[in-house]
Each structure stands twice: as C-alpha cells, then as structure tokens.
Design a protein around this ligand. Structure first.
Ligand code: SF4
Length: 249
C-alpha cells in the first residue's frame, strides 16, 4: 500500500456503513470480547476485530516496529494503518513507515497535526515540548488521533502488559469510554521474547534506533537512549514526570 493522506480505503469501505454501532453497543461488545478472547492467539484476536468492524477498523502504529501492522496484513490484507506524523520523528522511524507501505499489503495513512512545527513555534514559542510536553502531545498526537478515529469504531495498538507496570492490566479488547470506541490489543499478552520471535520468523521491519541503544521510541526531542537494565520507557520525556503521551490513558 502506498502512503495515502486522503480517504480511508479499508476493505469494504465503498458501501454505505452498515457496521456503525453506538458507544453502548461497543461497550458491551468489548466486555464480551475481552472475556471470550483472553487466551486466544494474536491472529484470532486480529481476525475477530476485522471481521467485526470491517472498514470501521484501523491499526495504529508508532513505527517503532511493524509487528502489529504485519499481523493484520496477514489476517486482513489492505487494512488501514494510521501513523501519527508529528513532524518530529526520527528519520529511522519514517523509514520503517515507508518500508511498511512499500512491502506490506496495508494502507498506510499518515495523519498530520493541524499546525506544522513552524506554525506551532510561531504561536506557542519554539520548543514547546521542553516547556509543556502535555500541550505539545495534545496538539501533535492526541487531537490528530481523535480526528483520525472519527472514521472508525475500533482501532488496534501494540500495547503489551510486560512493557511497564501501567500497562500490566491491558485487556486484549477494551472500551475507551472517552472516545466511545473499542481498542484492540492483540499482542497484550506477548512478552518481548514473543515479539522478537515474530520479528525473526516474518522478517518484520524494526526501527534501527533499537540497535543504537534506544529502549522506546517517540519524537526525537522527547526520546533519549536508555542504559542496560533501565526501564525502556525511562528514555521518554526524561526531563519530566511523564512516561505516556496521553494516547493510552
Ligand atoms: Fe511534542 Fe515530545 Fe509529545 Fe512529540 S513526544 S508531540 S515532541 S511533547
């Protein structure tokens, strides 16, 4: 799939939308699925998601690695993969995105903030990320994701329980009450070893920064290398009491 900044073109997206559901329906669906699918394979969870939501479903990826995008490309070729293009990504991250678009059967959609980095600098002063990262993340990630998700009832992430204590209770299918949408986490139960095995087996693109000592990868101003034995997310917003960008609260 080529990079597409326009309309979504997921499977079945041409017809009118018979699959649109109310937040109440989605909440019940999520609760049931979380119970029924706990212990299922990542492929089974992915299949349930694309069977259930059709064109009203997307994968989101930070392009740290492309495991979840790859998983869905096998289960549901042509699926939309949403990437939040903050304008402050490392070149290595954009390279993963471009490799995914070139080599996988998915529809990569790069979603941009309302303001360019230059416009934001003009309005809020330069380096807002060093003064108020929550505000910067809101404008460059949280709002763009919300805008992108208006076209979908459910989205998938690569969240894993073993990434950090704050993610230890991640369900395989959850309901985001604030957004009124379902969040699917097909690899929630995977360990880092499971991820590494999948990458090796399918030769999945991985961000080169992992080899250069980064444990977790986001925008370049807010990501530093981590030391051996250190929590991988310690390298994110290291100057602040902040380890999450607000996408996963
Ligand atoms: Fe801004 Fe940093 Fe958040 Fe990126 S991670 S949006 S640069 S505060």
């Amino acid at each position: 799939g080529l990079i597409n900044l326009g309309a979504p073109s997921g499977p079945g997206n041409t017809a009118a939308d018979p699959s649109r559901r109310s937040p109440e329906e989605l909440r019940e669906l999520a609760l049931r699925a979380a119970r029924d699918l706990e212990g299922s394979s990542a492929e089974e969870i992915a299949k349930w998601a694309t069977d259930t939501f059709g064109a009203r479903f997307c994968v989101t990826s930070s392009m740290a690695d492309a495991v979840v995008a790859h998983l869905f490309s096998r289960v549901s070729p042509g699926v939309d993969v949403v990437f939040l293009d903050t304008g402050l990504h490392f070149p290595e991250t954009l390279k993963v995105r471009d490799t995914v678009a070139r080599t996988m059967n998915v529809n990569v959609r790069s979603i941009r903030p309302r303001m360019t980095v230059g416009q934001q600098d003009g309005e809020y002063g330069p380096r807002l990320f060093s003064r108020n990262p929550d505000e910067c993340c809101f404008m460059r990630k949280v709002e763009p994701l919300e805008r992108a998700l208006t076209e979908y009832d459910a989205w998938a992430t690569g969240l894993r329980r073993d990434e950090s204590p704050t993610r230890a209770n991640t369900p395989v299918v959850g309901f985001d009450a604030k957004k009124g949408k379902i969040k699917v986490n097909p690899i929630a139960a995977w360990t880092q070893a499971d991820v590494d095995r999948y990458i090796g087996r399918w030769n999945v693109p991985v961000n080169e920064l992992f080899k250069k000592g980064y444990g977790s990868i986001g925008c370049w101003p807010c990501t530093r290398r981590t030391k051996a034995g250190e929590d991988p997310r310690a390298g994110r917003w290291a100057m602040f009491e902040k380890t999450e960008c607000g996408l996963h609260v």
